[in-house]
Design a protein around this ligand. Structure first.
Ligand code: ADP
Ligand code: MG
Ligand code: MG
Length: 895
């Protein structure tokens, strides 16, 4: 038979699944000998049984009675006893903290009779009636489901009638009248009287707490926080202590360190003559903890001592609730406290320095997501500019620009060099171009999974969405914000994707000190935050098995990646090297009718390519640089079809035909593809465009030879994209070997050049064993592998239906953000196994955005990859998470 009720003496902090965080930690504090009022906790199991059947388990009532008797014996008072009543609180609390989402009822046990007993026993009539009216209100609202405005309106009336503003200005007689009024409200609203049997009150309150697990707001909260719906809440019943027994009593909340900055020193708020939520409800101004030291030195000293004890015991920042009853301190709650990203790093490093935790534990306590937050530029803290709205912080960053109200304007203005913020009620796939060209996007509708949010995160644009204070009028090209402030097209606004704030005007942006540190502009000891990041990331480096490389196409990017700690370039794309002025050479290559014409075009491209590679190999001297041969379809290098067709038509119509344009148009039409993603691209280009890959291989080899001649240590690797069959790679490898041998003879410099392939088609993964015969390394192109495995073109689907898929729970997260372990991941696992079986020293890595995603990095660690390669900005995060994966920590923050 299950045990449904645990006395505080029977539990401990590791029983949060069963007792909820609150119950488990109250038990822990009791066992530690801290002053906790007696109490017991009803398990989450009882709640689950209740929610499943609609009835409390048969044994529960007896168990509750039994524990209640124990409590009554210890207190020497009985629940609802007429002369000296025991009162209890009935509190909710599940495995994960859900602040303010579920219910608590205080002062259970007060009745028309026992209220007099309480007054006599405490010698405080005001306290008794104050507590009674609180019970009537809370019970009426949470247990009986009465609209709380009935109670708050009656309270306001009482104050108005008396001509006062504060609750404390009401005297005993006022509170007595208020209690009568509240009882009348209960009768009017429910057709029955407030229950005068304390045991019935207790029973109803327990059921109400069980039921509060399933309120709409609790469900919404859990969905947002990824907390399972089937855990249930525990119910803690705890003897009441009174912070509302006059000015030598009070109640407060405190943190053992500052949860905002992580700096040491207790931090909290205290309110004299108050109970329960008064502190956080903001009905009166609270005092900082330091004031408590002056007011009540003895309990304050005890509190400080307890906070120190708790921090040592939990080895972490704790947050607590306490009450002082006539000078006597009581602990009502503790838990490991939530904290900001900066605080997480500072606290982990400080606790390590104090010897409470070791370096591994410090590494466990911070996440890549937190490090990312610290790397975005931020608005300088003290802005006096008017805040015109607050929305959902959907994609981090600090963006400043001129407001525009449609995507066409965003594109046009940004092409004129103006920074813009796209302001829309909501966005749709037609806004993609506008989003790309904007610094950030601001919407008045939609949440974190709205189109704007999903696309902005994908593009790395700042996004604030769902700012519903904004009245947006796209036709009039203006919006109206808080306080009637009007923003017209062209006005500068600032949006903070980390807090959701929207300002009129240009808030100064400052670079993140963490980025400054990585780029060598700040010393590691400049500040406690930088010091913490430095130490923890370096420890992750010591631990990780995964190498961390970067995706970079230019010497400047490569340089930056190296500063962030990249150990090489895992993906250097070459397509941008064919754009700009060189487009014309590519046109010549595509249009070439004869071998001579083609050779001439390639010969013109060769020295340009060589110079590109010299730049990158020099920037990454001594580190591997994996260069991918040309990948995109050729028509990406040709002019737009419509534009060209118009030009040709106009020329023909006006009697001045343009033969060059006509020829180009025919090529554009010939190369047009229905599905370019699945068309003539990657290795297929290398196989059908004579000389193209040979030219690139030659440029790489000559560049490396030149670097070596100049005393450098070039480490160029050649990577072939979109291979689906070993024979494709065999042909290209063969030709490359010929070119490499020729360059070796011509230059007299012998350099090893590894040749490998991307694994980005399901067929490549399925035939990896054979492909490994020809490849010295594999690099998973997880973007294309995800597209081809799911049969989804990323650009088409992300805006079109991903928000709906996320909303309906088909994805918990986009497979383009986190590697889909079940599908794409299985192909990868297979390719690793069969590739290494064929070639034991095969190097295997991942390139593409997944390489910087914490969950995906952990997956890469799990399947034994050699490295991840990601964008330079994500390199520090990859280093951190690779270290966390190596010490067996998950990516999520348990705090
Ligand atoms: P929450 O989970 O919202 O913090 P709690 O169950 O902690 O809810 O209770 C709400 C408030 O009532 C808190 O301020 C708490 O300290 C106070 N409280 C709870 N139980 C008691 C008690 N036995 N005596 C005095 N105050 C209590
Ligand atoms: Mg609490
Ligand atoms: Mg690809």
């Amino acid at each position: 038979m299950p045990k449904y009720v645990y006395d505080f003496h029977e539990g401990n902090k590791d029983m949060a699944d069963l007792l909820g965080g609150k119950g488990a930690n109250l038990a822990e504090m009791t066992t530690m000998g801290l002053p906790v009022p007696p109490g017991f906790t009803i398990t989450t199991e009882a709640c689950r049984a209740y929610l499943a059947t609609g009835a409390q388990p048969a044994e529960l009532a007896d168990e509750v009675e039994l524990h209640l008797h124990g409590m009554e014996r210890r207190m020497g008072r009985k629940l609802g006893q007429v002369d000296a009543p025991l009162l209890v609180s009935v509190r909710s609390g599940g495995r994960y903290s859900m602040p303010g989402m579920m219910e608590t009822v205080l002062d259970i046990g007060l009745t028309d009779e026992s209220v007099h007993g309480l007054a006599a026993w405490t010698d405080d009539h005001r306290l008794a009636w104050d507590s009674y009216r609180r019970l009537l209100h809370m019970f009426g609202q949470t247990v009986l489901g009465i609209d709380p405005t009935h109670f708050t309106a009656a309270l306001a009336d009482a104050k108005t009638a008396k001509g006062v503003t504060g609750d404390l200005d009401l005297d005993t007689a006022d509170l007595m009248r208020l209690a009568q009024r509240f009882k009348a409200i209960i009768r009017e609203q429910t057709g029955r009287d407030f229950p005068q049997d304390p045991h019935e009150q207790l029973d109803l309150a327990i059921r109400a707490v069980f039921n509060s697990w399933n309120t709409e707001r609790a469900r919404i909260y859990r969905r947002a926080e990824h907390i399972p719906h089937d855990l249930g809440t525990a119910v803690t019943v705890c003897a009441m202590v009174f912070g509302n027994l006059g000015m030598d009593s009070g109640t407060g909340v405190a943190f053992t360190r500052d949860p905002a900055t992580g700096r040491p020193g207790a931090y909290g708020d205290y309110l004299a003559d108050a109970q329960g939520e008064d502190v956080v409800a903001g009905i009166r101004n609270t005092l900082p903890l330091a004031e408590l030291a002056r007011l009540h030195p003895v309990p304050y000293a005890q509190l400080t001592e307890i906070m120190r004890t708790l921090e040592h015991h939990y080895r972490d920042l704790c947050d607590i609730e306490f009450t002082i009853e006539r000078g006597r301190l009581w602990m009502l709650q503790t838990r490991v406290g939530k904290r900001t990203a900066a605080a997480a790093f500072r606290i982990a490093d400080a606790l390590r320095a104090e010897g409470l935790i070791d370096d591994d534990e410090a590494l466990r306590r911070v996440t890549g997501a937190q490090l990312t937050q610290l790397m975005f530029p931020r608005f300088s803290a003290d802005t006096s500019l008017p805040r015109i709205a607050t929305g959902v912080a959907a994609s981090p960053g600090a963006a400043v620009g001129q407001a525009v109200f449609d995507s066409a304007t965003a594109v046009a203005w940004s092409q004129r060099g103006i920074d813009v913020i796209l302001v829309r009620q909501e966005t749709n796939p037609d806004d993609l171009d506008g989003l790309i060209h904007a610094q950030g996007v601001l919407t008045s509708h939609g949440g974190k999974t709205s189109h704007a949010a999903v696309v902005a995160r994908g593009l790395g644009r700042t996004c604030v969405c769902g700012a519903d204070e904004l009245e947006i009028d796209p036709a009039a090209r203006r919006c109206t914000g808080r306080g009637g402030v009007v923003v017209t097209e062209g006005d500068t606004i600032s949006i903070d994707g980390t807090s959701g704030a929207v300002y009129l005007g240009s808030v100064p942006v400052e670079p993140s000190p963490i980025v400054e540190y990585f780029q060598g502009r700040l010393q590691a000891d400049a500040d406690s935050l930088v010091r913490a990041v430095d130490r923890i990331v370096r420890h992750a480096d010591n631990r990780r098995h995964l190498g961390v490389l970067a995706n970079a196409d230019t010497p400047a990017d490569a340089q930056r990646a190296h500063q962030f700690g990249a150990e090489g370039i895992g993906l250097c794309r070459t397509e941008h090297m064919f754009l700009g002025d060189r487009r014309e050479l590519v046109e010549r290559l595509i249009l070439a009718d004869t071998d001579t014409e083609r050779a001439a075009a390639l010969a013109a491209l060769l020295p340009l390519q060589r110079a590109d590679f010299v730049g990158i190999l020099t920037a990454m001297n001594g580190l591997p640089v994996t260069i991918r041969l040309l990948d995109p379809p050729l028509n990406e290098f040709l002019p737009d079809h419509t534009e060209l067709a118009t030009r040709v038509a106009v020329a023909d119509a006006t009697g001045h035909p343009d033969p060059a344009a006509t020829r180009l148009l025919r090529a554009v039409q010939r190369l047009h593809e229905q599905n370019p993603m699945l068309g003539l691209r990657g290795v297929r280009l290398g196989l059908v465009v004579p000389g193209l890959y040979d030219m690139q291989v030659r440029a790489i080899a000559e560049a490396a030879a030149q670097c070596a001649k100049d005393g450098g240590q070039p480490e160029a690797e050649i990577m072939i994209p979109l291979v689906g069959d070993a024979r494709e790679l065999a042909v290209i490898s063969d030709r490359a070997a010929t070119v490499l041998a020729a360059v070796r003879t011509e230059t007299g410099i012998a350099l090893p050049h590894r040749i490998g392939t991307m694994i980005e088609l399901p067929r490549a993964a399925l035939t990896a064993g054979r492909i490994a015969t020809w490849a010295q390394f594999f690099s998973f192109g997880t973007n294309d592998l995800t597209q081809t495995t799911w049969g989804m073109s990323r650009d088409d689907v992300e805006g079109a239906f991903f928000p709906a898929y996320l909303d309906q729970g088909i994805f918990a997260v986009s497979p383009f953000q986190t590697i889909d372990r079940d599908g794409v991941g299985r192909l990868m696992t297979l390719a690793v196994r069969e590739g290494r079986a064929q070639r034991p020293d095969l190097t295997i890595g991942v390139c593409g955005e997944h390489g910087g995603d914490p969950d995906s990095i952990h997956f890469c660690h799990d399947i034994g990859l050699d490295y991840v390669s990601c964008s330079p900005f994500r390199v520090p995060v990859a280093r951190l998470e690779a270290g966390r994966a190596a010490i067996g920590e998950s990516t999520t923050d348990s705090r």
